[in-house]
Design a protein. Structure first.
Length: 226
């Protein structure tokens, strides 16, 4: 491609050199032209090389920009995925907390609804415990039925009694039923059996956490010893 240009330039130079008018005006210098012509291919090659490098750099930068856009898109998708997962987990946690709160509220309502019944049951158990010492010495007709009625009451209400209170009340009822036999036999177990009977009221009062019940049980009316 450069050879035709060089040929055309040489022809033009010769024509101009042969023109007296151009030569007279000093607008054409054959020697300077001869010195410039060898550099034209080099300059053309350098220009082509610079154009090539510029285009290559442009293509590289464009590729980087495209890769950056793709990376940004990928990062955006990852962020949205993490955000969606977080929202889902947060929703599950909120649902779990709401269900737990509703369950706790329901239990609280049931507990508050049963508290009056529990207090009333402990009050009744305490009153019955105060009757046990006298019932242990009762030999009148129907005393066995009255002791059995104590046991039946415990069966009907034991779930409302605190564990220690229920256990102590039951042990006192059983002790009441066998106390007469131990007394007649002067058994060594008489004192321990009597302690079960007289201490039941204190245990029930402590379970109900009502101050004053322990004092009342200590001053209860009835036999002071076995």
């Amino acid at each position: 491609m450069l050879d035709p240009l060089l040929g055309s330039a040489r022809v033009s130079a010769k024509l101009n050199a042969s023109s007296p008018e151009w030569a007279a005006r000093g607008r054409y210098n054959p020697e300077a032209m001869e010195r410039v012509l060898p550099w034209i291919p080099l300059l053309s090659g350098m220009l082509a090389w610079f154009l090539f490098l510029g285009r290559r750099a442009y293509a590289s930068e464009r590729g980087k920009n495209l890769a950056t856009k793709q990376d940004i898109g990928e990062i955006t998708r990852e962020v949205e995925s993490v955000r969606a997962e977080f929202v889902q987990k947060l929703g599950a946690i909120e649902l779990g907390n709401r269900l737990l709160l509703e369950e706790m509220q329901q239990r609280h309502k049931l507990s508050m609804a049963a508290i009056d019944k529990r207090l009333a049951t402990h009050q009744e158990a305490f009153a019955r415990c105060l009757k046990l010492p006298e019932l242990a010495h009762d030999k009148r007709d129907g005393s066995t039925d009255r002791r059995n009625e104590m046991l039946q009451w415990w069966r009907d209400n034991c779930l409302y009694l605190e564990k220690k209170a229920g256990e102590s009340f039951l042990a006192a009822i059983v002790a009441t039923q066998v106390h007469g036999s131990l007394l007649e036999a002067r058994s060594p177990a008489l004192e321990a059996n009597w302690s079960k009977i007289k201490d039941a009221a204190d245990v029930v009062a402590a379970a109900a956490q009502l101050p004053g019940f322990g004092t009342l049980s200590a001053e209860r009316v009835g036999p002071k010893g076995p």
